[in-house]
Design a protein around this ligand. Structure first.
Ligand SMILES: Nc1ncnc2c1ncn2[C@@H]1O[C@H](COP(=O)(O)OP(=O)(O)OP(=O)(O)O)[C@@H](O)[C@H]1O
Ligand SMILES: [Mg+2]
Length: 221
């Protein structure tokens, strides 16, 4: 369902991905692990159509997305993907509730309905008390849970999450992982999670270990 084939991606002299190939099936829960700087975030951004590799192919449902223009890639993303970025990236001027409602409104849902759905996702992640706060007023862990709610709210076919529990204590981290994996199993959502945490990787069906921009090994749970 999701495929990277022979992908190279460099930032100036830094070769972040070096001929990387991975295939991810529909409904699969995959953990991407590996040392800092091994290319995990870069791979996630390439698979999610945010970054374009210099060479190689990215496919979603058999269709190449790396060769699409910006507008077409944005549409594919908006309609099919939810992304939790490593460093939050909530819209600072909007409340937590509005941040979560935004992707629904982009997909042409009404404001009222979007706000109601958004509120229920804040509840599921245990941050309903933060609904009216702006991102700058949230703790790191609260912001992270709001970002997870925002990624799940549209019922995407693929959720990409970059260290979604990095700022959380183990109890809140478990809750986030239960929501992510529970949602994935219920609705056959594909889940790609970048993590350093073995407990998080243990939720996955498969672990893809990166080293120096390529796959070091793939371990089946
Ligand atoms: N926007 C960028 N500009 C320049 N270099 C970058 C950029 N993004 C990533 N890199 C470099 O590419 C390499 C891979 O980075 P990446 O963020 O994919 O690593 P990572 O595995 O996610 O690391 P971490 O576990 O620390 O988040 C690193 O050497 C990094 O410095
Ligand atoms: Mg990273």
């Amino acid at each position: 369902m999701l495929e990277a084939r022979g992908v190279h991606k460099a930032f100036g002299p830094t070769r972040a991905l070096r001929g990387l190939t991975v295939e991810i099936g529909e409904g699969e829960i995959v953990a991407v692990t590996g040392p800092s700087g091994s290319g995990k975030s870069t791979l996630l951004h390439c698979l999610a159509g945010i970054l374009r590799p210099e060479t190689g192919e990215i496919r979603f449902d058999g269709r190449r997305i790396d060769s699409l223009g910006d507008a077409a890639r944005t549409t594919v993303r908006r309609e099919n993907f939810g992304v939790v970025f490593q460093f939050g990236q909530l819209v600072p001027e909007l409340s937590a509730l509005e941040n979560v409602a935004l992707p629904l409104m982009f997909n042409r849902h009404g404001r009222e309905e979007s706000m109601l759905t958004a509120r229920s996702w804040l509840e599921r992640l245990g941050v309903e008390d933060c609904a009216g706060l702006r991102p700058g007023e949230l703790s790191g862990g609260q912001a992270q849970r709001v970002a997870v709610a925002r990624a799940l709210v549209t019922g995407p076919r693929v959720v990409f999450a970059d260290e979604p529990t990095g700022a959380l204590d183990s109890l809140a981290g478990e809750r986030v992982m239960d929501e992510l994996t529970g949602t994935a199993r219920e609705s056959r959502t594909t889940l790609v999670i970048v993590t350093h945490d073995n407990r998080v990787a243990a939720y996955a069906d498969r672990e893809i270990v990166l080293r120096d921009g390529t796959v070091a090994s793939a371990v089946t749970a």
